[in-house]
Design a protein around this ligand. Structure first.
Ligand code: CTP
Ligand code: ZN
Length: 154
């Protein structure tokens, strides 16, 4: 290893979220509830050179991701891969996928939507388009673009 290759250290155990679009690493940390004040050790690299151009990377030690968290990552970073690292080896690698049904993880932008009332119904969206991301509320029909979706992840 030399100065040109050592950017971010390898981790022993945990997860590496790789191939995140530039600038999205902070959003990924936010939706995972990571604020750096307790829990896992986190390293983050923004705008690093990858094989296919610049990318962001997030590494979280001694932590797993559940399906719900992976679905949220897919909305923010559809190109991401989630690598599970055990004893320094990548033991599992999977690409995230925008889920077909998005239930309870995005808040509808329409304040009058039934999902935003005092006794709310759980939000639910269908995917009109993955790239660029466009979701449609099952209840009020409101369409949301990726930028809105990212701001509305619960
Ligand atoms: N990684 C890590 N710690 C380890 C092993 C891997 O932080 N002990 C990181 C690597 O730095 C890389 C990611 O996990 O960012 C995936 O590792 P690997 O599959 O070895 O890299 P590539 O083959 O380049 O992955 P891809 O083909 O998905 O780009
Ligand atoms: Zn709605």
């Amino acid at each position: 290893m030399n100065e040109q290759t050592l950017k971010v250290q390898k981790i022993k155990n945990g997860i590496v979220i790789d191939h995140i679009p530039c600038g999205m690493a902070l959003k990924v940390l936010k939706i995972l509830g990571i604020e750096g004040d307790r829990g896992s050790t986190v390293t983050m690299a923004m705008h690093v050179n990858g094989k296919n151009g610049p990318k962001d990377i997030v590494k979280i030690e001694d932590r797993n991701l559940d399906e719900r968290e992976i679905d949220k990552i897919a909305l923010i970073a559809p190109s991401a891969t989630v690598n599970i690292v055990e004893n320094y080896e990548v033991v599992k690698k999977h690409r995230v996928h925008v889920p077909m049904q998005i239930k309870g993880i995005v808040k509808c932008m329409n304040p009058k939507c039934i999902t935003n009332q005092r006794e709310p119904v759980e939000s639910e969206f269908t995917v009109l388009s993955e790239e660029p991301l466009i979701l449609k509320c099952r209840y009020c029909g409101r369409e949301m673009k990726q930028k809105d979706v990212i701001e509305s992840i619960i």
